[in-house]
Design a protein around this ligand. Structure first.
Ligand code: 5AD
Ligand code: SF4
Length: 453
């Protein structure tokens, strides 16, 4: 296990120095994993995690910048949280993450009660900065080498652990702010990742999810993503391996081969397509055509029969005509996704597309979005209903939310399944016969053959 330098580590006997930190997370899984990293790092420097902002010494919002709405939510929430500072002026309120990086030049002016702003590559210095003279500070330097490989995240307990294996993105899709706020692509050393996975197995986690903005672009020397999957598959104690989000252009034969031949790698992949029109894909600079994407889907389905596919789709990109939108509907029907995340285009400063005239009205974007949401709901319900009567191995996560005495977990295809508990505990792999299904949940009964966790 990699450890950070011992020099400035918190001495637990120094209990009067314990300060508490409250973190709220917005956006994607990468941000949730970064929050665990922040808790881990701050924890080693004398900060105790709290879930109550009313008692916290430091209030931190780990933010997202992917769409304007994400930033508006954070500004609204800050307005709420500022009352803690009115009552207790020593409280430090700050922003971390992508929005902090995105709006770095204006945030302190715009929101004068904010004490600090730290970008995604500046977390290492946070304890030192927080312990300073109390003046507001901004640290938004991007560092093309920072991977935080030596910092041990403080994870939520559970059966699934998120492991960030690469940071940043070099793709520069014309709509996307990520390369500007998370910086250049870089990979965590394979040895550090595998150490972490072995430790996770020892700590009782059953599933690891590898994270990265373009996770399958992973490379550490000779170890590419396919190699990493194979090495992870060999770690005892881990039952399942997933990853998100791969980029279609990096989905090599080697990666597909590793997915097909590693028993622990789940038959499920999130493959963001963004649009079903070649004209729009070219303007988005996604690096593939519809034919190439469908080819890839074909390869995946041949190599891993029954693989579950999900995607991201944007409607209303500048220049998207009705015919382009129809092409997106056609592609969604052709592929038949198990799940899709669908968004209205949101112009982001710094990106190439930001300078382009928007051509689709908000109202029309809304109509297009509703159309594909309805299409996808019908499709997801059909896919799930076709599973009634089959059996699936459910990795049990905990009690079902809406049914007393029932448990919930995920199938290998990443579908939520609920079933009467019947003695099953979190971490068990339970064979479940599916008796009913909605677009988002499978309902079933446990069968004999429990594999205890
Ligand atoms: N507007 C709308 N959606 C966006 N995404 C990324 N940038 C934008 C934007 N400017 C979506 C993409 C991506 C997902 C994480 O968010 O679909 O895959
Ligand atoms: Fe954004 Fe494209 Fe990079 Fe994904 S691949 S993070 S959409 S720039």
């Amino acid at each position: 296990m990699y450890l950070s330098s011992a020099i400035d580590i918190y001495d637990p006997s120094d209990r009067f120095n314990v300060r508490s930190v409250y973190i709220e997370t917005y956006g994607c899984q990468m941000n949730l994993a970064d929050t665990e990293l922040l808790f881990g790092h701050l924890g080693r420097h004398g900060y105790r995690r709290t879930d109550d902002p009313a008692g916290a010494d430091v209030i931190l919002l780990n933010t997202c910048a992917i769409r304007e709405h994400a930033e508006e939510r954070v500004v609204g929430r800050l307005g709420d949280l500022v009352r803690h500072k009115t009552r207790r002026p020593d409280v430090q309120i700050g922003l971390a993450g992508c929005m902090a990086q995105h709006l770095r030049d204006t945030l302190l002016e715009q929101l004068p009660f904010v004490d600090f702003v730290v970008g995604p590559d500046a977390y290492r210095r946070l304890p030192e900065l927080l312990g300073g003279a109390g003046d507001p500070f901004v640290d938004v330097r991007l560092d093309r080498d920072e991977t935080y490989a030596d910092i041990i995240p403080q994870r939520e307990h559970g059966v699934r652990a998120w492991v960030t294996i690469m940071r940043g993105c070099d793709k520069f899709c014309t709509f996307c702010v990520v390369p500007y706020v998370r910086g250049r692509e870089r990979s965590v050393p394979a040895a550090a990742i595998l150490d972490q996975v072995r430790q996770l197995a020892a700590d009782g986690y059953r599933e690891v999810v590898y994270l990265g903005q373009t996770v399958n672009a992973y490379r550490d020397g000779d170890v590419d993503f396919a190699q990493l999957l194979r090495r992870t598959d060999a770690v005892d104690g881990i039952a399942r391996i997933r990853f998100t989000s791969p980029h279609p252009s990096d989905m090599s034969e080697q990666v597909i081969g590793a997915m097909a031949s590693c028993p622990k790698v789940c038959p499920q992949v999130h493959l963001p397509v963004q649009s079903g029109s070649d004209r729009v894909l070219a303007r988005m600079e996604r690096g593939y055509t519809v034919t190439e994407y469908l080819d890839l889907v074909g390869q995946l389905r041949r190599a891993i029969p029954g693989i579950a596919l999900s995607t991201d789709v944007i409607v209303g990109f500048p220049g998207e005509e009705e015919s382009d939108f129809q092409a997106t509907c056609t592609l969604m029907q052709t592929v038949g996704y198990d799940n899709a995340f669908m968004f209205k285009y949101s112009a982001r400063s710094h990106t190439k597309a930001f300078k382009w005239q928007e051509t689709v009205s908000e109202e029309e974007k809304g109509r297009r979005l509703q159309t594909i949401i309805a299409l996808q709901e019908r499709r997801a319900a059909d896919v799930n209903r076709a599973l009634v009567g089959t059996a699936a191995e459910v990795l049990v996560e905990g009690p079902a939310r809406r049914r007393e005495g029932w448990m919930a977990g995920k199938t290998p295809h990443f579908k939520t399944a609920v079933f009467p508990a019947n003695g099953a505990r979190p971490g068990d792999v339970m064979p479940v016969r599916i008796t009913d299904a909605t677009a988002h949940t499978l309902v079933g009964v446990a069968q004999d053959g429990l594999v205890p966790g």
